[in-house]
Write a protein that binds this ligand. Structure first.
Ligand code: NAD
Length: 205
């Protein structure tokens, strides 16, 4: 498996370490900022370096791409890779809005390549343990979850709407929401709750 990385910042260093430990071939890196990419390339022994995803795809020889760029780039970089038949793991939040997310799913369906969103909390040992207990918990009728940054606060592009999109809910709330849905077996809402009375009519799949 030859794996490429779009973005060479904080979380892609974590993904590159993980890919290396699994014995995957770290094939290429993409960033419009050469200094960051050179440092990443040196650290992980990646000599193929590109300033756009399209240029990297043109050269081929990549099986999968990890997209860990600012959120506004997730959809376009993901769709470009999927259209080239390259599997994608895109960081959360998946996209800037539901329309983009839908387009990404359609591109995956059309190409046959796999699309995965990096909802990493699903793989946390405590979450995995809880998932194993879920059949013993009875019918769950209400949940509460939260997700916060510890010893760090978002700044830079993370705090700019045009690059990050939906704010705290999209950035961190999505972890709590996805983990809860994962533990509940991906329920879908049957109707919008307009009042307290309607809320009790909601059922999980
Ligand atoms: N799943 C998780 O737990 C988790 C944790 C941290 C971050 N994230 C997500 O990962 C993404 C990246 O976060 P980060 O903390 O690594 O941010 P970061 O700012 O450290 O890294 C972003 C990288 O993208 C690069 N970049 C910017 N424009 C680019 C372009 N046009 N082409 C290629 N590269 C470009 C930047 O130079 C930088 O290297 C975000 O969507 C964030 O929400 C997820």
């Amino acid at each position: 498996m030859k794996i490429a990385f779009a973005g060479t910042g904080g979380i892609n260093k974590v993904h590159a370490r993980a890919a290396k430990s699994l014995g995957l071939e770290l094939a290429a890196a993409v960033n419009h900022k050469p200094e960051s990419m050179i440092e990443f390339g040196n650290k992980f022994g990646i000599s193929r370096q590109y300033d756009t995803v399209e240029a990297m795809l043109k050269d081929g020889e990549v099986d999968a791409l990890v997209v860990s760029t600012p959120n506004y780039l997730h959809a376009s970089q993901t769709i470009a890779a999927l259209n080239a038949g390259v599997h994608v793991m895109v960081e959360k939040p998946m996209a800037m809005n539901a329309q983009e997310a839908q387009q990404m799913c359609e591109a995956a369906d059309k190409s046959g390549a796999l699309l995965m969103v990096a909802h990493c909390w699903r793989f946390h040992p405590e979450v995995q343990w809880l998932k194993g207990q879920s059949t013993k918990l009875g019918k769950i009728i209400r949940t509460k979850a939260y997700s916060v940054h510890v010893h760090w606060g978002p700044s830079g592009w993370f705090a700019q709407k045009q690059f990050a999109g939906g704010g705290a809910m999209a950035d961190m709330g999505v972890h709590a929401l996805d983990t809860t849905r994962f533990l509940l077996g991906s329920p879908t809402s049957l109707r919008l709750c307009k009042d307290r009375h309607t809320l009790w009519k909601l059922r999980c799949r």
